[in-house]
Ligand binder design. Structure first.
Ligand SMILES: Nc1ncnc2c1ncn2[C@@H]1O[C@H](COP(=O)(O)OP(=O)(O)OP(=O)(O)O)[C@@H](O)[C@H]1O
Length: 249
């Protein structure tokens, strides 16, 4: 079942057309990877899914993003959409607050005040993000004291705390070492049981390891979109083959 239906989506930054009519469905409880050379529109498309770019000056969007049956741009409250579609960025960006307060931040904004309820959410989110054991004795210490890999898992926990349906990840491991990368990949595969994940990655091995479906973009067009194994072993379009065999990009 699809959770997003993207219909003839065009996005312009001023005169530059960064997305040139994208049509794609994103399946629920799957990992979908966006791949392609720099500047082809991967991050731009990712951001349209929780409306991170339509309020920017100079940005014009046409077409539709349907999320769970509703038009994300005309039929949904922006804040409600952002809670249901969370985002994790390339550089871990914890707040300069304690580990606990990072995770409790969103739930508090959602109106939860009971400390036992907040304790429960903090613990569950940190466990789901596979970082509880590493931080349970330092919940009151600053999140900025954690390693980069820990900070990224904390940011994933922070996203989980507001109970989203979808987690968007924009190159979440490109600033991390191989062991932290491995942990995030393992975590992502566990999370798809309960969440839908869309990930932008430059790491083709990563896409082939973790993604159920992969979409290859080039210069603002969706060139090929298929089951990951099919796309990497039997690409239907020559451009895809050239990219995955390293002939450009
Ligand atoms: N805020 C912006 N203002 C103007 N142009 C932008 C903006 N953000 C992106 N672009 C342009 O839109 C196009 C698509 O960029 P985008 O960041 O989506 O590509 P990408 O495939 O994610 O690239 P990368 O892999 O390097 O992150 C590029 O030509 C880029 O220069």
């Amino acid at each position: 079942m699809s959770i997003f239906n993207i219909q003839d989506l065009h996005l312009f930054y001023g005169q530059t057309e960064a997305l040139k009519g994208i049509n794609m469905d994103i399946e629920k409880n799957e990992i979908t990877a966006f791949i392609g050379p720099s500047g082809c529109g991967k991050s731009t498309l990712l951001k349209t899914l929780n409306r991170m770019n339509d309020l920017e000056e100079n940005v014009r969007i046409t077409g539709n993003v349907i999320f769970d049956g509703k038009n994300a741009y005309t039929e949904m409250d922006l804040i409600a959409l952002r809670y249901r579609v969370g985002m994790v960025f390339q550089q871990p960006n914890p707040f300069p607050k304690s580990v606990y307060d990072n995770i409790a931040y969103g739930p508090r904004l959602q109106g939860i005040t009971s400390s036992s309820e907040l304790d429960e959410i903090v613990e569950t989110s940190l466990k789901q993000a596979a970082i509880w054991d590493e931080v349970k004795d330092r919940l009151k210490k600053s999140a900025l004291g954690l390693s980069g890999g820990q900070q990224q898992r904390l940011c994933i926990a922070r996203t989980l705390a507001t109970k989203p349906d979808v987690i968007l990840m924009d190159e979440p491991t490109s600033a991390l070492d191989p062991i932290s990368t491995y942990k995030i990949e393992e975590l992502t595969m566990e999370l798809k049981e309960n969440y839908t994940i869309v990930i932008v990655t430059h790491n083709l091995q990563q896409a082939s390891r973790i993604a159920d479906k992969t979409a290859f973009f080039f210069l603002g067009d969706l060139i090929e979109y298929n089951d990951t194994e099919e796309l990497f072993t039997r690409p239907a379009v020559q451009k895809t083959e050239e990219y995955i065999t390293g002939r450009f990009g």
